[in-house]
Write a protein that binds this ligand. Structure first.
Ligand code: SF4
Length: 179
């Protein structure tokens, strides 16, 4: 039994297997730390439980990405917070300016999504790059305020749907509704 149908590629004069559209996985961007990569500021990760990862892999093609690493920051690194939205400013806990790293990371993530046809993302909550709901308030006192991470803001401009790890169930919902 095949997972698709056979068609003749006239140009190459050969038969090929075209998968059923039902079997084609949807590309999903995922924060690298959620997949277990040690890219978090303290050199650790925020790995989801294996069952969750397996369930995602059943229907999604996962592309992991860390905007802060791609933006040129080292791991481990001093934690950063957004201290101003307009003009946008990000500093680390030592007071050093890191805004450009965050802007580069956001831009590169958006370009990556475009190149892979990604329209949906699972991103880490509360991160100054990846959060879709709350961010730390810029005082380095663990207080949170409503707001987006810089990368998520950029992805939203490009109409990419963003969920965080606490909303992962809604990604399964989306799949089940589609099938
Ligand atoms: S920038 Fe995003 S992917 Fe990278 S460590 Fe922070 S939350 Fe994880």
């Amino acid at each position: 039994m095949t997972n698709g149908y056979i068609y003749k590629d006239v140009k190459r004069q050969e038969y090929r297997l075209l998968p059923n559209s039902k079997n084609i996985k949807t590309p999903l961007l995922i924060s690298s730390c959620l997949l277990g990569h040690n890219v978090k500021y303290d050199g650790t990760n925020n790995c989801l439980d294996l069952k969750t990862i397996e369930k995602l892999k059943e229907k999604y093609l996962l592309f992991d990405f860390c905007p802060e690493v791609v933006g040129g920051l080292p791991t481990p690194r001093i934690p950063c917070e957004i201290i101003s939205q307009n003009p946008l400013r990000v500093i680390d806990k030592n007071g050093d300016e890191k805004t450009s790293n965050f802007i580069i990371g956001a831009k590169k993530t958006a370009e990556f999504c475009k190149s892979k046809g990604i329209k949906i993302a699972l991103m880490k909550a509360n991160s100054p790059s990846c959060s879709n709901k709350f961010i730390y308030d810029g005082t380095f006192t663990s207080r949170k305020v409503k707001g987006y991470g810089i990368t998520v803001d950029k992805l939203s401009e490009n109409n990419i749907i963003i969920k965080n790890e606490k909303e992962v169930e809604s990604l399964y919902q989306r799949i089940e509704n589609k099938c």
